[in-house]
Ligand binder design. Structure first.
Ligand code: S3P
Length: 461
């Protein structure tokens, strides 16, 4: 739930409620994320967003003391909220930024859990900054958090950005608060060549202008790229990396972990790493559902690909992750016709099946909010492609052939493969169709493993 200041004034919480204060609030993921964390830890609590303009922060803060269990602050309140607090914890004090506030025994206490989110995201990727040469793009709120973590862990940090004075101000802040800080400032043209870790903390590359990157290429020794942006989940900066030598990470795990740590501060709950991983996967799914609308202007996700490529299995899992409804086009047809597909082929022939298939695809394309798995031959008819693309993003599961053969080895429900040499027929049809799947789909995903295909698919939307 997102509230305006007017709505927040009259808001009456029904249970313990926490809130995010920001301006503008935009489409924040935080209410959905905190709802998942409440569910995972068995808490009966609510989380709302409040669009608090800068001039209303003091009033909103007074109301929060009366109505809320705690608050998170985002841009532009992280610094401005500090004078309103009774106490500020040491890390937040050094960072000059507070993102989490707890109300305890009449006192408002400020913390910074963003830095814990950065720390855990890097640890999860096995990155230790000590002794590494790190490059930081940007000097704003997220930059200061990343910079403090890297410098306090012993990295040699280079800060760059458009405004050298702001970069120098962050350098000074680091040198004043972190003993032995190793920080330099360079213009983008003079970035040291031996950089190993690259951090983007600028908003360059964020939806909707996601083709922009703050750099044109990465220093050639780059081992790791971290982008604090999570929408899109694969940013233009991350795409600069050569996947064979450079690992990349977006900002979503950091977001999940800063939220988990905020809840630990508020109520003492602790989260299992496995629960955080599940929440991360679901949040990528929710983000994919949002991008389906915001970026692609579509309501449905439609899967195509050869028989045995995993459309039904992956479609069902994808529906669970995105919160959309799963429909398998073949199953739908069988239910509506009251007959199994091999029987339809045997009794009425393939032409009849194809006509019914087209009719049901037309019907299903009128729906909204579904993951639709198509039969392997459905996209051979242009009219079917046209119908599904009206409302859906068409994704091709380009599963490797050996995997398809394995998946089909025990299948008796594919009448087209009822030939003396099943494998030869599978290969012949596969070769005849492969290019069509590539041509008609919006994009393809390829992996022999279901979990990898699913992850790739969700992050490609
Ligand atoms: C077909 C694929 C089948 C089913 C029918 C025809 C095809 O669906 O629609 O047997 O032409 O490839 P699956 O791809 O789900 O096996």
């Amino acid at each position: 739930m997102l509230l305006s200041m007017e709505e927040f004034r009259v808001f009456e919480p029904k249970k313990t409620t926490y809130a995010l204060f920001g301006w503008p609030l935009g489409h924040t993921m935080s209410p959905a994320l905190h709802a998942q964390l409440f569910a995972a830890s068995g808490q009966d609590a609510d989380y709302i967003g409040v669009a608090v303009p800068p001039e209303a922060l003091a009033e909103a803060f007074t109301l929060a003391r009366q109505k809320l269990g705690g608050i998170n602050c985002t841009i532009p309140h992280k610094k401005a909220v500090i004078p309103l607090l009774d106490e500020v914890d040491a890390a937040a004090h050094d960072l000059c930024a507070v993102n989490t506030i707890a109300f305890r025994e009449g006192k408002a206490i400020g913390y910074n859990t963003d830095i814990l989110g950065v720390a855990e995201s890097l640890k999860r990727d096995g990155i230790t900054p000590r002794g590494k040469k790190a490059l930081l793009l940007g000097y704003g709120g997220a930059a200061s958090v990343i910079a403090h973590y890297c410098v306090s862990q012993g990295a040699h940090l280079t800060i760059t950005g458009r405004d050298m004075d702001k970069a120098a101000a962050l350098q000074k802040q680091l040198c004043d608060t972190v003993p032995g800080a190793q920080v330099s400032v360079f213009s983008r043209r003079h970035i040291p060549r031996d950089i190993q870790l690259v951090f983007n903390s600028t908003p360059v590359g964020m939806f909707p202008r996601e083709n922009a990157a703050p750099l044109h290429f990465l220093p050639h020794k780059t081992e790791y790229v971290f982008d604090a942006i999570y929408n899109p989940p694969v940013t233009a900066t991350m795409k600069l990396a050569n996947p064979r030598k450079t690992k990349t990470r977006d900002g979503l795990f950091m977001l999940v972990m800063q939220a988990a740590h905020a809840q630990t501060i508020w109520s003492g709950v602790q989260f299992e790493p496995a629960a955080c991983e599940t929440i991360l996967r679901r949040t990528y799914g929710q983000l994919a559902a949002k991008r389906l609308h915001d970026k692609h202007g579509k309501q449905n996700i439609v899967l195509c690909g050869f028989m045995g490529s995993g459309k039904t299995t992956i479609g069902r899992k994808l529906a669970r992750l995105t919160g959309l409804q799963f429909i398998d086009a073949d199953q739908y047809l069988e239910e509506r016709e009251g007959k199994k597909i091999p029987d339809i082929f045997a009794e009425r022939g393939e032409a009849y099946f194809r006509d019914r298939e087209s009719a049901y695809i037309r019907e299903l394309s009128q729906r909204s909010g579904i993951v639709l798995s198509l039969g392997g031959g459905a996209v051979l008819r242009e009219e079917n492609v046209h119908a599904v693309k009206q409302t859906g993003l068409l994704i091709h599961l380009d599963t490797p052939f050996y995997r398809i053969v394995k998946n089909l080895s025990h299948s008796v429900s594919r009448p087209l493969l009822n030939k003396p040499d099943k494998q030869a027929e599978t290969r012949r049809l596969y070769n005849a169709r492969k290019a069509i799947y590539h041509r008609v789909s919006d994009f393809s995903v390829r992996s022999p493993k279901i979990s990898e295909t699913l992850e790739q698919l969700v992050k490609s939307i």
